[in-house]
Design a protein around this ligand. Structure first.
Ligand SMILES: CC(C)(COP(=O)(O)OP(=O)(O)OC[C@H]1O[C@@H](n2cnc3c(N)ncnc32)[C@H](O)[C@@H]1OP(=O)(O)O)[C@@H](O)C(=O)NCCC(=O)NCCS
Length: 262
């Protein structure tokens, strides 16, 4: 049985796993032992070793993190996917109080895998490697909303790349919290990222969403990575939500992680 961790209401736990640092072959063998047959087959099919490694550690991460909140062993978790591919805990597993509505979301980038966990709220996370992607203005022009494009292009050249990743990760975190992937038109919602005040979102009326129901955070967990976190909450719990950050080597150790909030 793993150690258990309390997850208070209106709290989000953000887990980071620096996957390139995990090389111990006996630990990796223990991760393989956690997989279901279908996952083992998929794991074997990756052509690139880097992708195979990331896939294995992602599976080990989500299983060992979830077991911190429930009396379910890491290899006993079962998942289903929604119509847009979002993994969720199988409804066939026993729901355990106080975490009967545990929600999670995963994201991976070169070198870092993250998992956000909360109860009762929709959650979306995104991590990007900041050294990736060169044609940032071209991508923004094609996919971002007109207000985001205007704001991005009005930034000094030296700030544009950083602002691009703000928008990119935030937009991904929102569509992942909605669980609908790229079926949501990226230009129909706009982020506003003023300095020293909370991040806000606005919606095209066609999306029929309420900006007051959303909270967003941005983090820099390493020099190379940026994280965005989106959580849907009722207006009454909006003010009280807090994020606690941890880092983990699945099945081995975990600790609090001092992460820089942007
Ligand atoms: C699939 C998608 C949800 C995320 O893809 P991504 O950014 O390539 O990958 P990430 O590493 O952030 O997230 C992948 C994880 O999200 C989860 N996921 C998959 N589908 C999801 C969905 N519909 N909703 C929420 N989460 C989803 C899965 O856990 C997946 O990891 P897994 O396959 O190892 O379990 C979708 O947003 C996408 O295809 N994005 C493409 C990138 C893009 O064009 N972004 C535009 C930003 S402006």
């Amino acid at each position: 049985m793993q150690e258990q961790l309390a997850l208070e209401p209106n709290t989000i736990h953000l887990w980071s796993c620096f996957c390139n640092e995990i090389t111990d072959t006996s630990l990796l063998a223990n991760y393989i032992a956690l997989l279901e047959e279908e996952e083992k087959t998929k794991h074997q099919r990756f052509y690139f070793e880097k992708s195979r490694h990331q896939y294995l550690i992602t599976r080990a991460l989500v299983r060992s993190v979830l077991s911190l909140y429930a009396n379910i062993e890491p290899d006993q978790w079962r998942f289903i996917k929604n119509a847009y591919g979002r993994p969720e805990i199988s409804p066939l597993l026993p729901r355990q109080k106080p975490y009967s509505n545990l929600r999670f979301n995963l994201s991976h980038a070169d070198g870092l895998i993250i998992c956000g966990v909360t109860t009762n709220h929709e959650i979306g996370v995104d991590v990007e490697n900041l050294t990736r992607t060169n044609d940032v203005l071209g991508i923004a022009d094609r996919y971002f909303s007109s207000t985001e494009v205007t704001e991005l292009f009005s930034q000094p050249n030296t700030h544009q790349r950083a602002r691009f990743f703000d928008y990119w990760t935030l937009k991904e975190s929102y569509i992942k919290a909605k669980g609908m992937g790229l079926s949501l038109p990226l230009d129909q919602f706009s982020f506003h990222v003023p300095q020293n005040t909370p991040i806000t979102i606005s919606f095209d009326p066609r999306l029929k969403d309420n900006p007051d129901h959303w909270r967003f955070w941005r983090y820099r967990p390493s020099n190379e990575h940026q994280i965005a976190l989106a959580v849907e909450s009722s207006s009454s719990s909006r003010e009280m939500m807090s994020v606690q950050s941890y880092q983990i080597v699945p099945l081995q150790n975990w600790s609090k992680f001092s992460i820089i909030e942007l």
